[in-house]
Design a protein around this ligand. Structure first.
Ligand code: SPD
Length: 277
């Protein structure tokens, strides 16, 4: 019998992947967690039926959510990742020699544990000496830690349930306050095709605290539309600029300084919708 996992992208559209088997399934305090083995993408992590990451395409998303802000900042030493319990964004963060400490704040301890057990390729840096894993609410954590971080990466789930508050103006104000004076934040920002209206809202919410806001995008095969947005807020640095000299020290499969620059070039329909009156 063929078994397929289907994520509804909209009420009238879906992505279906043929699976070999279900590796793990449980209901945590916060959500339904599943790991399945797919034919196309290898192991896949789903939360409440929504694809979070897969072993085959995760490098694109995790490199883009981490290296763009980390290279835009001139000297990132302290980094905070909110969400991202699978460990992919942290794995990329600790590749930067300038980083002394990377804190992961994940609300659901079971996501961290399940990822450690079944997704070792992604979670492999969670026990790194520079990494501290804190099981807590990211909203509460940023309020309690002011002026501590150079870069904040918000690797959340979609804006429903536990992640909803991670897209609000109030939350971005707290992120602004937990950053140092030249800090940068980035948030995963949904699909520029299906969620244009919502991305506009995210950028305006970030812009209510940060002087500089930009959207950059990338190709992520398993996310709706295969095309994904990242919303960035910067206190000082122009995020389009990256220092190619620092790049030589980092091993990536997708990110390059050229990709960095190009990711800020938006298709006309996106920039017209987001930035024109
Ligand atoms: N539509 C799903 C978007 C999920 C973005 N975050 C995924 C976490 C991967 N580290």
């Amino acid at each position: 019998m063929d078994l397929w996992v289907t994520e509804m992208w909209t009420p009238i559209m879906a992505l279906s992947c043929k699976t070999k088997k279900t590796i793990h399934q449980e209901k945590s305090e916060y959500q339904e967690i599943a790991v399945v083995e797919t034919e196309q993408f290898g192991r896949m992590l789903l939360l409440d039926g929504v694809i979070q990451t897969t072993v085959e395409d995760e490098f694109i998303y995790h490199e883009m959510i981490a290296h763009v802000p980390l290279f835009a900042h001139k000297n990132p030493r302290n980094v905070l990742v909110i969400g991202g319990g699978d460990g992919g964004a942290i794995r990329e963060t600790v590749k930067h020699p300038s980083v002394d400490k990377a804190v992961l704040v994940e609300i659901d301890e079971r996501v961290v544990e399940v990822s450690k057990q079944y997704l070792p390729e992604i979670s492999c840096a969670l026990d790194h000496e520079k990494v501290e894993v804190v099981i807590d609410d990211g909203i509460k954590y940023v309020k309690e830690n002011k002026n501590q971080f150079d870069v904040v990466i918000i690797d959340s789930t979609d804006p429903v349930g536990p992640a909803e508050g991670l897209f609000s103006s109030d939350f971005y104000r707290s992120v602004y306050e937990c950053l140092r004076e030249d800090g940068i934040m980035v948030a995963q920002a949904e699909s520029p095709f299906f969620d244009r209206k919502f991305i506009r809202k995210i950028l305006s919410n970030i812009g209510s605290s940060f002087p500089l806001t930009r959207l950059y995008t990338s190709f992520v095969p398993t996310y709706p539309g295969g095309y994904w947005g990242f919303a960035l807020g910067s206190k000082k640095y122009d995020p389009v600029e990256a220092d190619p000299a620092r790049f030589d020290k980092i091993d990536t499969r997708f990110y390059t300084p050229e990709i960095h620059k190009a990711s800020f070039v938006l298709p006309k329909y996106v920039s017209e919708y987001l930035y024109e009156k």
